[in-house]
Design a protein around this ligand. Structure first.
Ligand SMILES: [Zn+2]
Ligand SMILES: [Zn+2]
Length: 445
């Protein structure tokens, strides 16, 4: 059915972001034939982010994104997709299992009816998955990553959770009883892709479309920490679910973005995992087992004696004048971080492209290297005391990998400057250590 369509074409890739594919061009018999729409969309993400930056500067006179926040968001997006290097997505694996063992009917994969029914089914399940992710603290521990930016721009869309996929698959299981996996595999991707372009402040109002679709205007509310924004607008592509189930709020006051208690850090593993530790510590403050368990199963704001979702009386008051956290760091440091981020982005791209040709061990090693790099760059942005030591260690690993890795290209053009940089840094580090040692000795004398 879709055999004649050039799936890698610019048009298909671009339209896939806006849910503008027809059933005819996006129906497949086998799961293996379904294109990697999300991976193919990466160039369009970049083009649209640059466009947003340019239009933002022209319109408001200031960039809509900062280096520190933007890089942290893209890093989170990279980390969230690292598990796909080693295994098929949890959602699809679980879906295939339930379909193979328990499906009740087999709707035709090449019918437009099946396609539209799957679209509605996936979006409906996404609404509930998303609502649970906000209303159950242990699920929120995963989903809070997406809300941890105090900015709202296209890069925020990429700020995804590493651990959310461990539970999100559960919500789609009812669909596996009737809807073919190959159709599900298309819609699970299109649903995610649609949610990219709505993360912008530049599109203010879309008129009648606001009634039916989740739009930038509605999703801004979802990312707000103002009282009227909390636990509102969960929809993926359609906003009708929120209107139906009483969770809709329209944009009124200026939205202040981010977590109720902002984390003010760019260290990526902390961004991903800190809330699990917080919940564990919170549960330990309660004496009864019921209260301990409720810490994980009730809403994030719950306290003993409060309703299931808690109340928000202790939230910091939103005045509308809040300024997002942005570290003051020197221009050379910014250039350094950006260059090394681009280098690791190149490595990451190579990994995704060549994943089927590499051994599990190489994949695991390179995954660790990507994680180490992103962590180290986060340490630098945060200007932590140990940032220099960690970065030095990482540079040594990078050069070793470059020399001995079986991943060929590794941005050869940049290999020489990188090695030169590492050598100079090591020299600088050694000199600095010596001068510190000398000054300590002088003081002692
Ligand atoms: Zn959310
Ligand atoms: Zn969002």
């Amino acid at each position: 059915m879709a055999g004649g369509v050039e799936l890698g074409s610019v048009s298909t890739g671009f339209r896939s972001i806006f849910f503008m594919l027809t059933p005819n061009e996006s129906s497949f018999e086998k799961v293996e034939d379904v294109p990697q729409y999300v991976e193919q969309a990466t160039p369009f993400f970049i083009v649209l982010m640059v466009l947003e930056l340019v239009v933002g500067v022209l319109k408001t006179g200031a960039p809509v994104v900062t280096i520190s926040d933007g890089l942290t968001s893209v890093s989170a997006g990279m980390i969230s997709r690292l598990p796909t290097l080693l295994m098929r997505s949890c959602e699809l694996s679980a879906y295939l299992y339930v379909w193979n063992h328990y499906h009740l009917v087999e709707l035709p994969w090449d019918s437009a009816w099946t396609w539209w029914l799957t679209f509605l089914g996936v979006d409906f399940c996404y609404y509930w998955l998303h609502r649970f992710a906000h209303e159950v603290a242990i699920l929120w521990a995963a989903h809070q990553v997406h809300h941890s930016s105090e900015y709202y721009n296209l890069s925020t869309a990429l700020r995804q959770s590493l651990t959310q996929q461990l539970t999100s698959w559960l919500f789609y299981m009812p669909l596996a009883l009737v809807l073919p996996p190959s159709v599900f595999a298309v819609h699970i991707q299109l649903n995610l892709l649609y949610q990219f372009w709505i993360h912008t402040e530049l599109i203010r109002d879309l008129g009648p479309l606001e009634w039916i679709f989740n739009t930038p205007k509605h999703h801004r509310v979802h990312h707000g920490r103002n009282l009227y924004c909390i636990d509102k607008n969960y929809g993926g592509i359609l906003i009708i679910w929120d209107r139906l189930f009483g969770t809709f709020a329209s944009e009124t006051d200026k939205v202040i973005y981010g977590l109720v208690f902002p984390i003010r850090t760019f260290e990526i593993l902390y961004v991903q995992l800190h809330y699990y530790l917080y919940l564990w510590k919170k549960s330990k403050t309660y004496k009864t087992i019921i209260h301990k368990l409720a810490t994980f199963s009730n809403g994030p704001s719950w306290r003993p004696g409060k309703p299931r979702l808690g109340d928000h009386v202790n939230n910091p008051k939103v005045t509308g004048k809040e300024v997002p956290h942005d570290p003051s760091w020197s221009m050379p440091l910014q250039v350094y971080v950006v260059v090394h981020f681009l280098l690791v982005l190149g490595t990451y791209h190579e990994l995704i492209e060549n994943k089927t040709m590499l051994s599990q061990l190489t994949l695991l090693g390179m995954t660790c290297y990507v994680l180490l790099t992103l962590t180290s760059l986060g340490f630098i942005i945060d200007q932590r005391p140990r940032a220099a030591v960690l970065e030095m260690l990482r540079c040594v690993v990078m050069v070793t990998l470059h020399r001995y890795s079986c991943i060929k290209p590794f941005l050869p053009l940049l290999a020489v400057p990188t090695e030169a940089f590492v050598s100079l840094s090591l020299l600088y580090w050694a000199l600095q250590s010596c001068s510190q040692l000398l000054s300590i000795k002088k003081k002692a004398a």
